[in-house]
Design a binder for this molecule. Sequence first.
Ligand SMILES: Cc1cc2nc3c(=O)[nH]c(=O)nc-3n(C[C@H](O)[C@H](O)[C@H](O)COP(=O)(O)OP(=O)(O)OC[C@H]3O[C@@H](n4cnc5c(N)ncnc54)[C@H](O)[C@@H]3O)c2cc1C
Length: 443
Amino acid sequence: MSQNSLLHLNDRAGAFPPSYYAATAKNVVERPRLSGIEEADICIIGGGFTGLSAALHCARQGRSVVVLDAHRAGWGASGRNGGQVGVGQRIDQDSLEALVGVDHAREAFRIGVEAPALVRALIAEHAIPADYKPGLLHTNHRARFDAESRDYAAKLQDEYGYDQIRFVERAEMPEMLGAADAFGGTLDTGGGHIHPLNFALGLARAAEAAGARIFDRAEVATVSPGDPHEVRLREAAASGAETGVRAKVVLYACNGYLSGLEPRTSARVMPINSFVVATEPLSEERCRSLIRDDVAVADSRFVVNYYRLSADRRMLFGGGETYGYRFPRDIRAFVRRPMLEVFPQLADVALDYGWGGTLGITMKRLPDYTELGPNLFSLSGYSGSGVAMATKSGQIFADMLDGDDRDFRVMQGLPTPTFPGAGRWRQPLLIAAMSWYALRDQV
Ligand SMILES: Cc1cc2nc3c(=O)[nH]c(=O)nc-3n(C[C@H](O)[C@H](O)[C@H](O)COP(=O)(O)OP(=O)(O)OC[C@H]3O[C@@H](n4cnc5c(N)ncnc54)[C@H](O)[C@@H]3O)c2cc1C
């Protein structure tokens, strides 16, 4: 799969997908196209949460920053996701401790708690209309997982001093949630949910206010390392002259779309697709019967169902994944099936929007921070937890450039092994493995 097809297979060039988020986006602006050669301290490739947060934090430090996005700021996963602002890393602390030891795992957890706090702080500081709501409910679709959830909440409280999480008893769940498949779980008030595209657009505006230059329709074709690095676009300017950026530092912030441009990371960060639908607006009463406290919900399936209510009272339901790259022809029908398994009572409700997006996952579901060469970095692979962690990663990157590399080293030290297989066999093997685990959800 070439970089070109990943960026263009399912979407119209330069246009947001036809999502609920695009239909309710605020502060949408057409940004300029690059012509000629720009000079900058830092060139960031990719205008999602990673790139925009890095741009904002670097620009605030007084550095000159250029952001290039192949389509437009917020076009990628950042503008299409489930909006769940997670806490901690994508895997639980028991698994993380087993992988890297207790001290390292504690540091990674601290960063993962600071991440949603950063999202909230940025929303407040820049008055971003992101509709933040607190609360993340993790539900168990098997009763046997309840004991684990109880132990895990106790572990975070007792060993990590994290008191925002609590165990939810099976008996309490039906009052909180109208789902057909939820036993017990945990409620974490340290996280929440947002309108992700409005958050991305707000970050873009804040980065520009701090001095960053953002260019749309600027698809990077090559990066020639050097001092400075030479970044060149796929499309030359209308005049035929070369277009690109000369920068001391280059950051790849392309997540699921990275592989064609930077093949060295593609064995560790692989793309998968996920899908979301938005129902028609529902009555206040019906909303409360579905999710009483307006929290975000995610279940314990391998192919996770994630859902929440929008500010205008729609059910936004994410479910289903594909590991080939083309989106299903009828995304609404594709997601309707898992939605009705969870909420059979929504059978009469129309789906107004359905859309898909591509994200990067790693073998251990931990972010991939890579130093590819002198002043050449890549941040990606958030594995479905990038709303908070991609935003935090941009800040960590800026701090590292500014001389405080403590958190960068913590994250860089997390293992992101290569996926099994080599060359063209890697993708079929990923599909086979993911399909196997997805099948286990059903039995
Ligand atoms: C459907 C879906 C649901 C999700 N739900 C959640 C959720 O609820 N909670 C959560 O935490 N995470 C979720 N995620 C994951 C989360 O959205 C991502 O981890 C996060 O947005 C990654 O941000 P990013 O900036 O690294 O990448 P992206 O937002 O994907 O941005 C990458 C950008 O790079 C640009 N780009 C790529 N190649 C080039 C190139 N050659 N030249 C120029 N530009 C280029 C693209 O145009 C794109 O805009 C979900 C993802 C999807 C797809």
